[in-house]
Design a protein around this ligand. Structure first.
Ligand SMILES: Nc1ncnc2c1ncn2[C@@H]1O[C@H](COP(=O)(O)OP(=O)(O)OP(=O)(O)O)[C@@H](O)[C@H]1O
Ligand SMILES: [Mg+2]
Length: 473
């Protein structure tokens, strides 16, 4: 009855058998189906409906208690799901997205054309089959409003994928708000997420909007979801269920319309098993799983990505044209890339800094991959006051100097040079790591992003290590 009000040609079926018959006789553009049917499973219906015509879209109706099956339904090819009781506005919104010529159908063809011609798909660059498959999933995910869970190793492009999904979605004009669940202090995260009222706690001198409010109409990107405290997971779940929240210290329920994309570089099922991630939250967030393959398993992408980063860095630095020699590209393609695309980006950056005749050659790439370069360090100027005895060659200092194991060397402290991290055989790795991090942070004036760049680790790693070594109060 509702659908007829939308001026659509509608047929209804009350069993799986009737539904299958209707597929043949009526040939619908869109199907709405329950998951529990008197004579079978709605998932089978989805498979049949999509197999007969892959452009046909299916929307699933599901109860609160059966979100796990909604996930199954999305995997079987459903476009989106609606939680019962059905709200006419939601139904209307889904149908609007599915309208021919509507936001769900435009743009894809053009994107695929660009991917074929240039290897670019939104923020993603790549030509491998794994990448093309990921792009196909992303295009599909972008049309729906369902939660996405992106998994993959550090630096593989989870955030880039989230940006691409957002930029292709109907929410693209609204903000994409990213939260690093591991990086926000536990006592602050609630107010960061939900905002607070004036006077909610000491220091809350004015009302402040939280991430949920800021992302209204847009997308919320929850990075490192497994780092969320159990407490907060409960609150989060509640927001996802009620689509509303309260500011800290407030009584007013504020409605919010956000699409949630989460990410993790950990094994989520293990986190669920160990009870660090709530199972119900996991099911809520993992409706659309998207796995980003490590770079070493899609080496065809290395040359395209390397050229992409080289062009970008040249543009930013001096606008000059650079290219790789064939040997350089071979070296890059042969590397194992434990730090994935982020590592490749950094290697290209350093290789660019070290080469000046327009061609990045094999020798430079080799030196950078072997860790013998210092390009990035040169770019960082330590604060003047921190370094009265700054050495002329900061890179040499930061790389660390191994003192000879003679007892006299131990007595000669070089600890007063803030750019030097003396290392001796006998020191523990942990201690060296802590001191290197500490000194690097001082050298960049506490700028964690810069520290991460210099240390060639992710920003998150810097946050985690700071926590681990209690480097900040
Ligand atoms: N396919 C890609 N095309 C272009 N750039 C990419 C691609 N994948 C990743 N990048 C770039 O590589 C860097 C690292 O990627 P990103 O931050 O998305 O990784 P991540 O998986 O979120 O890592 P982490 O787990 O450490 O947070 C970013 O600068 C990103 O823009
Ligand atoms: Mg990330």
């Amino acid at each position: 009855m509702l659908l007829e009000e939308f001026d659509l040609d509608v047929r209804s079926a009350s069993t799986l058998a009737e539904g299958r018959a209707a597929l043949a006789s009526f040939d619908p553009d869109v199907c709405l189906t329950d998951l529990r049917l008197p004579d079978g499973d709605g998932i089978d219906f989805i498979r049949d409906a999509r197999a007969a015509d892959s452009r046909r879209e299916i929307v699933v109706l599901t109860g609160h208690g059966s979100l796990g099956t909604a996930v199954e339904a999305m995997k079987a090819g459903a476009f989106d799901y609606l939680v019962k009781p059905l709200r006419p506005v939601q139904l209307e919104a889904v149908l609007e997205r599915l309208r021919p010529g509507g936001p769900a159908s435009d743009g894809d063809a053009a994107l695929w054309k660009t991917l074929d011609e240039t290897g670019h798909f939104g923020a993603m660059v790549g030509v491998s089959n794994a990448m093309r498959e990921a792009c196909a999933v992303i295009a599909r995910i972008a049309r729906s409003d369902a939660p996405v869970m992106i998994t993959g190793e550090s630096g593989s492009g989870k955030e880039a994928a989230a940006q691409t999904i957002h930029s292709l979605s109907r929410r693209r004009e609204k903000p994409l708000v990213a939260i690093n669940c591991g990086a926000v202090a536990a006592n602050l995260i609630e107010s960061e997420l939900f905002g607070h009222e004036k006077g909610a706690f000491t220091g809350a001198d004015k009302r402040r909007a939280g991430y949920f409010e800021l992302a209204h109409g847009g997308t919320l990107f929850l990075d490192e979801i497994t780092e969320m405290s159990p407490d907060l997971q409960v609150k989060f779940l509640r927001v996802l269920e009620t689509r509303s929240f309260r500011r800290v210290g407030g009584n007013e329920e504020i409605g919010c319309d956000v699409r949630v994309i989460s990410s993790s570089n950990r094994d989520l099922l293990e986190a669920v098993e160990k009870k660090t991630l709530r199972e119900d939250l996991y099911y809520r967030l993992n409706v659309f799983p998207l796995q980003i393959v490590p770079l070493r398993e899609r080496r065809e992408d290395v040359p395209v990505l390397a050229k992409h980063f080289l062009d970008r860095v040249a543009e930013n630095e001096d606008g000059g044209r650079r290219s790789f020699s064939a040997g350089a590209l071979e070296k890059l393609a042969a590397h194992s890339w434990p730090g994935n695309v982020r590592e490749l980006r950094n290697v290209v950056h350093r290789a660019y800094v070290l080469s000046d005749d327009g061609v990045v050659d094999e020798a430079v790439v080799e030196a950078v991959l072997a860790g013998r370069s210092s390009g990035v360090f040169v770019a960082v100027r330590p604060p003047a006051q921190a370094s009265p005895r700054r050495s002329a060659e900061p890179s040499a200092a930061v790389e660390g100097s191994v003192a000879p194991a003679a007892p006299s060397a131990a007595a000669a402290p070089s600890g007063d040079d803030p750019l030097r991290v003396p290392v001796r055989v006998g020191d523990s790795l942990e201690d060296v790591e802590r001191r290197l991090l500490e000194r690097t942070l001082v050298a960049v004036d506490g700028n964690k992003k810069k520290a991460a760049e210099i240390l060639r680790v992710s920003l998150k790693t810097v946050y985690n290590k700071i926590k681990q070594y209690k480097l900040e109060p």
